[in-house]
Ligand binder design. Structure first.
Ligand SMILES: *[C@@H]1O[C@H](CO)[C@@H](O)[C@H](O)[C@H]1NC(C)=O
Ligand SMILES: *[C@@H]1O[C@H](CO)[C@@H](O)[C@H](O)[C@H]1NC(C)=O
Ligand SMILES: *[C@@H]1O[C@H](CO)[C@@H](O)[C@H](O)[C@H]1NC(C)=O
Ligand SMILES: *[C@@H]1O[C@H](CO)[C@@H](O)[C@H](O)[C@H]1NC(C)=O
Ligand SMILES: *[C@@H]1O[C@H](CO)[C@@H](O)[C@H](O)[C@H]1NC(C)=O
Ligand SMILES: *[C@@H]1O[C@H](CO)[C@@H](O)[C@H](O)[C@H]1NC(C)=O
Ligand SMILES: *[C@@H]1O[C@H](CO)[C@@H](O)[C@H](O)[C@H]1NC(C)=O
Length: 203
């Protein structure tokens, strides 16, 4: 009798343990299934991200291409930042300030407006010394009612004048002077080379 009871108890214990294991097994199976789904989901998302990235890269390239196209300068014009510049380098005929401005305007531009040290540095690096120290390149800065005004209507904030005491009302930039003192005052009738500028984004 005792033996039978022992066997019985063992049998019950084994049955209980087996049930637990079965429960654990189905639990694990469920967990495994869930993980598989999550993995697939992550793979889908990765795929999604990769697709999105490819799309964005293509879009970025497209806009870069377009920007590049927009900032392409006409033949013989040089680009710096968002503008194109024409340096009139002929040995003749040199022109008055008014004639120079007319030339620029007939080519959909105007005399250069210098509005930063970077732009001044660029322009100074491109101009050449010619004839004598007084000759340079007309720029779009003139004195109106005793105030220095650029041709786009903006007041000058840089003041890179070389001979600020002069009574002359027009300015050209010369090569043989320090970077921040290279604008020479001259009268309109003085004949010079000149520089035109156009905003590249207008194209
Ligand atoms: C069932 O799994 C739990 C953890 O999920 C564990 O603690 C327990 O020992 C397992 N039971 C058996 C009988 O293996
Ligand atoms: C993964 O994407 C496929 C088709 O793109 C879809 O059939 C499946 O249901 C998605 N799986 C998940 C977990 O979102
Ligand atoms: C991919 O882009 C679409 C819209 O273009 C957006 O709805 C989706 O959430 C993005 N997918 C990811 C994973 O960022
Ligand atoms: C951008 O330009 C490059 C080279 O000019 C070209 O290979 C590419 O297809 C262009 N991409 C787009 C989106 O226009
Ligand atoms: C100015 O415009 C005329 C007429 O369109 C053109 O022939 C000439 O090449 C242009 N000059 C410059 C410097 O672009
Ligand atoms: C400069 O312009 C003023 C008037 O704004 C004029 O009185 C003066 O004579 C001009 N200077 C020269 C050198 O022409
Ligand atoms: C340039 O200027 C310096 C002094 O500032 C002078 O010594 C030199 O002769 C000038 N050069 C020319 C070509 O005039």
């Amino acid at each position: 009798m005792n033996e039978l009871m022992v066997i019985c108890v063992i049998g019950i214990a084994v049955a209980m343990e087996t049930k637990k294991l079965k429960l654990n097994l189905s639990d694990l199976k469920a967990k495994n299934e869930q993980l598989t789904l999550e993995k697939r989901d992550l793979q889908n998302q990765t795929e999604d991200l990769r697709t999105n990235m490819t799309k964005l890269t293509a879009e970025k390239m497209f806009f870069e291409n377009q920007t590049k196209e927009m900032t392409t300068c006409p033949k013989d014009w040089i680009q710096f930042q968002e503008s194109c510049y024409f340096f009139y380098n002929l040995n003749s005929p040199w022109k008055t300030w008014d004639q120079s401005r007319q030339f620029c305007q007939s080519n959909k531009s105007d005399l250069v407006v210098i509005s930063s040290l970077e732009e001044q540095t660029f322009i100074k690096s491109k101009i050449k010394y010619y004839y004598d120290t007084l000759h340079g390149y007309w720029i779009g800065l003139q004195k109106v009612n005793n105030i220095w005004i650029w041709v786009d209507g903006s007041p000058d904030t840089l003041g890179y004048l070389n001979n600020p005491g002069s009574s002359d009302n027009f300015t050209c930039i010369i090569q043989n002077a320090t970077l921040t003192q290279s604008w020479i005052q001259n009268r309109n009738g003085f004949l010079n080379r000149f520089i035109c500028e156009i905003k590249a984004l207008i194209f």
